[in-house]
Design a protein around this ligand. Structure first.
Ligand SMILES: [Zn+2]
Length: 473
């Protein structure tokens, strides 16, 4: 197997990926908090995680991909109260989060991100969370106060290194500003809540410390361990989750299970900026996938195919900041159309017997280039360049097509679809027949009028020696 190199936030360097179990990889991705539509910065993180899983599979590894759904936290509770004031807190939370979870899966589908193998919900993992909190108390890494349970960072730091992932100095943190705005009582400002005592009108579960609900960090520790066991291979998320979320996840899993290294590789994608600014609702530059699909583009046309956004994301390395502009999206849309046209031009061979991509010797050079780029910490800009070189090469189109479709297993741009002949609606076919009859009758005015009509419906008719052909504009 080829070497796969991944940048590990824990060691702050690229490392060869060595799976815990040969031939397999376990990946945990921090999923959405389902209180609103995902914004394009969130979606960049899921495109990155999907690309990682695709690259691992491309290398022949069996991947188990887990993505959680955070369906209980401050934001989901606040949103559900507002949306369903007349329902009980549990029912309101369920209805509210189910709605946004559904939208989330729709977004992923449109971005050609397959549903991960396991998608646990926080509210369905409460027993595992309680068990882990109990273990932390028993080992004296956590304490109870007024029905809430807190993680004791001082105690943890005696045996483990707090701040190792985020590269923080604990002594400086203590003298510095409060990092948490948590209103609960705790012994040290840095300590964080594992379990929060129930408040009036909020959803709550029974626990040994009274009714309450889990803290956000414990949710991910419990769900990742439940699905993948400890230690597991790779944990991904946006760079904004590195601290405190991932640092605290690491601490909980390490201390609760006497496991110095619960996760071998921590991978983080960089921020997405809009016009070089941080995306925020107050700046009015906060976009969802629906906004991209609906907004009029600079060329005056309606929005874009979501895959143009995927294509745009692939053009920037995941560890670089990505600056989103409408112009860059427009360029990606054109680029993707061009790529699809290039593939379409190869399509008469689509139905033919395809040679296996890697065995076609002439393609091997391009295959190697593509794989080397993908395996170099998911360098997709370089992988796309290799795909372009292949398309421009003089290789026979059948082999070219097989190879580009093989690459698309990593790119996820649905290029096979571009190659398929489009279904022409019956209505258009009938108009074309009518026009052909008018032409035969040398009724040119009628024939031209019908051509215009077909055009206005989005199809182009071309006359050839053998009759006419129809295609979508
Ligand atoms: Zn998480």
């Amino acid at each position: 197997m080829d070497k796969i190199k991944l940048y590990n936030s824990l060691s702050r360097g690229k490392e060869e990926f060595i799976p815990i179990k040969a031939g397999e990889a376990g990946i945990y991705t921090c999923g959405p908090t389902v209180y609103d539509f995902a914004h394009i910065g969130n979606l960049r993180a899921y495109i990155f995680a999907d690309t990682l899983v695709r690259v691992l599979k491309f290398n022949g590894l069996k991947a188990k991909w887990v993505m959680n759904i955070t369906d209980v936290d401050d934001k989901t509770i606040a949103g559900s109260k507002k949306k369903f004031p007349d329902l009980g807190p549990m029912e309101a939370l369920k209805r509210y989060t189910e709605m946004y979870e559904k939208y989330f899966w729709e977004d992923l589908e449109r971005l050609n991100i397959p549903r991960p193998d396991r998608t646990p919900r926080a509210t369905e993992t409460i027993p595992e969370m309680l068990e882990l909190v109990g273990a932390l108390i028993e080992k004296s890494f956590a304490y109870e106060k007024d029905g809430s349970v807190y993680f004791n960072i001082k105690k943890y730091a005696e045996k483990y290194s707090y701040g190792q992932l985020a590269d923080l100095d604990l002594s400086r943190m203590k003298s510095g500003v409060r990092v948490s705005a948590d209103e609960y009582e705790k012994e040290d400002v840095n300590d964080f809540a594992l379990w929060k005592a129930a408040k009036e009108g909020e959803p709550a579960w029974d626990s040994p410390w009274g009714r309450g609900r889990p803290g956000w960090h414990i949710e991910c520790s419990a769900m990742s361990e439940k699905e993948l066991g400890l230690p597991f291979d790779i944990h991904t998320g946006g760079v904004d989750l590195k601290f405190p979320h991932h640092e605290d996840e690491l601490a909980q899993s390490a201390a609760g299970r006497d496991c110095q290294k619960p996760v071998n590789y921590w991978m983080h994608n960089e921020h997405l900026l809009v016009d070089n600014k941080k995306m925020s609702k107050s700046l009015g530059n906060f976009y969802t996938l629906r906004d991209l699909e609906e907004k009029a583009m600079p060329d005056g046309r309606q929005g874009v195919n979501p895959l143009a956004f995927r294509f745009l994301c692939l053009q920037t390395h995941y560890r670089s900041k990505m600056n989103f502009t409408w112009e860059s999206l427009e360029a990606a849309k054109k680029g993707l159309n061009h790529l699809r046209n290039q593939v379409r031009a190869l399509t008469p061979h689509l139905e033919a017997e395809l040679p296996s991509g890697s065995s076609a010797s002439k393609c091997r050079e391009f295959e190697e280039k593509f794989l080397a780029a993908a395996n170099d910490d998911l360098n997709m800009p370089r992988a796309l360049a290799a795909a372009q070189e292949l398309l421009k090469s003089g290789i026979p189109s059948e082999e070219k097509l097989a190879t580009i479709l093989h690459f698309d297993e990593v790119l996820g741009l649905n290029l096979a679809e571009a190659g398929k002949q489009e279904e022409i609606p019956e209505e258009i076919k009938a108009l074309a027949e009518k026009r052909e009859a008018a032409r035969q009758a040398k009724n040119w005015a009628e024939s031209d009028a019908l051509r215009e009509k077909i055009r206005s419906l989005g199809y182009e008719i071309e006359d050839t020696d053998k009759g006419y052909s129809l295609r979508k504009k």
